[in-house]
Design a protein around this ligand. Sequence first.
Ligand SMILES: NC(=O)c1ccc[n+]([C@@H]2O[C@H](COP(=O)([O-])OP(=O)(O)OC[C@H]3O[C@@H](n4cnc5c(N)ncnc54)[C@H](OP(=O)(O)O)[C@@H]3O)[C@@H](O)[C@H]2O)c1
Length: 298
Amino acid sequence: MLVMVIGAKGQLGTALCSAFQDGEVIQVDKDTATYAVDIRDRGAVQACMDGLKPDLVINTAAEHELKVCEAHPDHSFSVNVSGALWVARACRAVNARLVHISTDYVFGGDSARRTVPYCETDCPNPLNVYAAGKLASEHLVAVNCENHIIVRTAALYGLAPCRGKGGRNFVETMLARAAAGGEIRVVDDEFTTPTYTAALARQIKVLAECAAPGLYHATCGGACSWYEFAEAIFEEMGIQANLVKSKSLEFQSEVRRPTYTVLENRHAREAGLDVMPSWRDALKDYTAARRRAADAAV
Ligand SMILES: NC(=O)c1ccc[n+]([C@@H]2O[C@H](COP(=O)([O-])OP(=O)(O)OC[C@H]3O[C@@H](n4cnc5c(N)ncnc54)[C@H](OP(=O)(O)O)[C@@H]3O)[C@@H](O)[C@H]2O)c1
């Protein structure tokens, strides 16, 4: 099977290239990759697809810096909505299966006090430009490429840096702040499920190879506040940090963020295809992989 990963240099894209390395993987990204294609360029997307004729395309490319999306909706929609549409149409034209990556942020606008995980049939209610664009992309992918798998995920971290967020992810931000010393204030009133990219990449492979077309939630199991996640990171890494609970109101932002976006992987579970570990086990795996990478670099 010929697999095309779009956004191959990114945090999730890198993990996907590893997960599919038993077959042939075409790496596509905006600048330098095996193939440089900007998904905003409809003709370039179609030409790339026509030339390579992949069996499976996984589109991870996105503008997902919330402040950039809010300030420049035209730019964010050109990547997250139009770009996703060009990829979907090009996939249909060459009969490729398309895996499209979406987000937990499509939820959260319905209730600030929710405590029940969202499943795939719950009604989305996006609060910001990024989330609205990703929801629009889901609809466009579904109607333009019948053979689609839409994967909503959340709070990613992995060995490769998150390019859209300046190379940061939450784990590395916490470790850098602990190394710098001083108080680390983290909110305990926003809830999500931290998801390790290596675990998600394995889940995407299973869905891509075995699942019926449709919408699938795919996060690690369980849920926590960002404070609890930070606490677990320091515990796993054996680091003493001056971690202090805070409230989201303390961090004023021009972008509205949901306070609860925990997802239930119901469709994958019902199909017998949910292979995601708990968020705590995934963090252990990440800690071990990070140590191995550091040892190998010495
Ligand atoms: N990170 C999270 O916590 C999170 C949570 C939920 C869902 N998601 C979704 O998961 C997906 C992957 O996220 P990630 O964390 O792996 O992001 P990432 O590290 O920023 O990777 C995105 C990749 O896409 C490329 N890209 C951006 N615009 C492009 C364009 N116009 N044409 C071609 N390639 C383009 C980027 O290249 P450049 O760096 O050169 O621009 C980058 O290599 C995204 O769809 C995101 O919306 C992420």
